[in-house]
Design a protein around this ligand. Structure first.
Ligand SMILES: *[C@@H]1O[C@H](CO)[C@@H](O)[C@H](O)[C@H]1NC(C)=O
Ligand SMILES: *[C@@H]1O[C@H](CO)[C@@H](O)[C@H](O)[C@H]1NC(C)=O
Ligand SMILES: *[C@@H]1O[C@H](CO)[C@@H](O)[C@H](O)[C@H]1NC(C)=O
Length: 446
């Protein structure tokens, strides 16, 4: 299992990197191509205009990148290290704000449609659905992304929650997940029967979002949804049919009580000099990656390289119970230079976002994980990737990274932090808007 997993690590990185190249290159020819035949002319013209503007920005910046002339050399170099093409990103983001319209299907009833969990490891599912649903008609004139006029939409959202399906339609321990697929198939049948939009594109301008482990499974309930639609998933496992150029990788975030924990985001976060630990991990033995990590490192070097299996030392924070333990957990993250983020039962881990919030450099230990926002961000500028097979050499791998490089990585973390924050209401370039931007890029690329 380990060998097989290790060999699949680099192809996924290659796929995402070449995808951004593809954005730039494809934009050149995209104006003549379209999967959507009978689409409203205005909508297609808008997409063309956006493609042209992004292409111009990308080209201009490549030839006129003049570090040091405006702003410091350092800041400019940092931008170019962290973003694949800062100018192209800025332009595509502005084009999105100016033009992108999403139509949310109104069919269906809560709790499975139109709402999702807002308080647990799958909370991005509920937060995303809720934030779209909360947008009022006023926004239609005021520049919000949601539109009530489907003929103006560039993308169509299927507002179902796989987590809610698991909660309300799956019989625990039954091992029978087929109701999930049936609900998805049924929903697509309803919206395809009542509106012309699904059949027009065979689903290619439609999207769904799920953070549940079973999101990919449920999406197979409708073959066109699986094959053509944009599937925004936390479980972005390329070995399970996730396609980085078509689908969207969504960060996983654990909102225990509905909010980003304050202990994590308190500023300022400690500097490197105040972080005594090389690296930190605490968590359960879920899946083969965690098992390997714990077998090699659990309890070996708690003074420098603390790795725990849910058994953090007695909370020193004063508060008892779960809150105290969580406070202790976050305080470890803020005292470590690296935070280990191994896959669990699925590829994504909420630790990636937690580490970024704590300004601790994430160490990604996963095979076949397509990283969030990788068409915009260079993950290697703010994280370290370690193949599963290299877990036995983890401490020396991290130890060998020079202090100056750790500091560079941490500056990268600080720069991308805003993209991993959830705000209510959403703010520019935060996680909600970055997910939308990922959908927007894929629509441009069709
Ligand atoms: C950067 O450029 C803008 C306009 O291009 C100018 O207004 C601004 O003063 C410049 N900033 C610095 C630090 O030179
Ligand atoms: C879309 O196609 C399906 C399957 O062929 C069909 O049942 C449905 O009526 C079509 N929808 C519309 C709006 O024509
Ligand atoms: C990714 O998918 C493959 C194929 O189903 C599976 O063997 C592997 O365990 C998955 N990875 C994780 C971390 O779940």
């Amino acid at each position: 299992m380990v060998q097989k997993a290790a060999s699949s690590a680099s192809p996924s990185t290659t796929t995402t990197i070449s995808f951004f190249m593809a954005v730039i290159l494809l934009l050149a020819i995209a104006s003549t191509l379209s999967v959507v035949d009978a689409v409203d002319v205005g909508v297609e013209e808008e997409l063309d205009a956006a493609r042209a503007a992004i292409r111009r920005a990308a080209r201009r910046q490549r030839y006129h990148n003049n570090p040091g002339v405006n702003g410091s050399v350092d800041d400019d170099a940092l931008m170019w290290r962290v973003y694949r093409n800062p100018a192209a990103f800025r332009r595509s983001y502005v084009e999105m704000e100016r033009r992108f319209k999403v139509y949310v299907y109104q069919e269906g009833e809560p709790p499975i449609l139109h709402e999702g969990p807002c308080k647990n490891i799958y909370s991005i599912e509920g937060r995303f659905i809720e934030q779209l649903e909360l947008m009022s008609p006023v926004d239609d004139a005021g520049g919000g992304v949601r539109t009530w006029d489907p003929t103006r939409a560039h993308a169509f959202f299927l507002p179902f929650s796989v987590s809610q399906m698991v909660k309300f339609a799956y019989l625990p321990l039954s091992q029978d997940r087929s109701p999930l697929r049936d609900i998805v198939a049924d929903y697509v049948r309803v919206v395809a029967g009542r509106h012309p939009f699904w059949n027009r594109s065979s689903g290619a301008d439609h999207f769904m979002l799920s953070c549940h482990d079973w999101g990919p499974y449920a999406s197979r309930g409708q073959p066109e949804l699986y094959r053509n639609a944009i599937r925004a998933l936390c479980n972005a496992n390329t070995s399970e049919g996730f396609r980085p150029a078509k689908d969207v990788s969504v960060p996983e975030i654990n909102l225990y009580d509905g909010d980003t924990p304050r202990e994590l985001t308190m500023s300022p976060a400690p500097e490197l000099a105040s972080r005594p630990f090389l690296a930190f991990f605490a968590g359960g033995r879920h899946g083969h990656v965690r098992d390997l990590l714990l077998r090699h490192w659990k309890g070996r070097d708690t003074a420098n390289f603390p790795v725990y299996e849910y058994d953090l030392p007695a909370a020193a924070t004063g508060a008892g119970g779960d809150n105290g333990r969580r406070g202790e957990y976050y305080s470890f993250m803020r005292r470590a230079r690296f935070c280990l983020c191994p896959s669990g039962h699925e590829v994504a881990s909420p630790r990636v976002v937690e580490a970024i919030h704590a300004e601790c450099v994430p160490v990604l230990i996963a095979d076949g994980y397509a990283l969030p926002f990788a068409d915009v961000l260079r993950w290697e500028a703010f994280s370290v990737s370690v193949p599963v097979a290299d877990i036995p050499r983890l401490r020396e791998t991290l130890d060998r990274i020079p202090a100056a490089e750790v500091e560079r990585l941490r500056r990268g973390v600080r720069l991308v932090k805003r993209h991993f924050m959830l705000n209510q209401p959403p703010r520019r370039m935060d996680m909600f808007n970055m997910i939308l931007h990922s959908v927007w890029l894929r629509r441009l690329n069709h």
